[in-house]
Design a protein around this ligand. Structure first.
Ligand code: ZN
Length: 193
């Protein structure tokens, strides 16, 4: 006998405090993505990116330091990266980061129209990235469109440790290399009196 049943809604996650996790990209990455959107014409183009996550207290920063356009098949409705090219760039970036974690954790692609909504293929592609392998702790998907007046970008964070994805992630542009250069320069040349 069933006296009452759950309301047939799927589980949902809401934030009760503002989300402090942040995607940060270097100025160079920001410019590089701009150039790809500029040059993509009416095609979907894909690239991968190198991401390092740092935890500051309860806050996580996802820093995108480089992107790479790979060999791919592309049309106005789909983009498919060459698996051998994915393996090659992942190997290269793992070596650069000291041979431990795989920092290849960002897939970006353009949409020829003005829409940054993911297609069902885009969702399937995310499954493909983790299929048959060790599931990464996280992955970032970015979709970029030309829009009518401005280019737009939308980032989704796939947090596989918490088993959730966060759409419309906040992001910022920052050039850490230049910032560090100026921090060092000031420390070297300025004496406080
Ligand atoms: Zn897409």
């Amino acid at each position: 006998m069933k006296l009452w049943l759950p309301y047939p809604n799927p589980p949902a996650v809401d934030f009760i405090t503002p989300l402090t996790d942040l995607i940060v990209m270097s100025w160079r990455v920001y410019q590089d993505i701009h150039h790809v959107i500029n040059e993509c014409g009416r095609q979907e183009l894909s690239w991968l990116g190198k991401v390092v996550k740092t935890d500051e207290g309860r806050r996580s920063i996802y820093y995108i330091s480089a992107i790479r356009l790979l060999e791919q098949r592309s049309s106005s409705v789909h983009t498919r990266l060459d698996p051998a090219a994915i393996a090659q760039v992942a190997h290269e970036w793992i070596m650069e980061e000291g041979g431990k974690d795989n920092p290849c954790r960002f897939w970006g692609h353009t949409h020829p129209g003005s829409c940054t909504e993911p297609s069902s293929q885009d969702d399937a592609q995310m499954q493909h990235f983790i299929h048959g392998k060790f599931t990464p702790p996280f992955y970032i998907r970015g979709i970029f469109s030309k829009g009518s007046q401005h280019y737009h970008g939308e980032f989704t964070l796939y947090d596989y440790q918490r088993g959730i994805k966060i759409r419309h992630m906040p992001w910022e542009v920052e050039d850490r290399t230049r910032q560090q250069k100026w921090t060092r320069r000031i420390a070297r040349r300025v004496r406080t009196s």
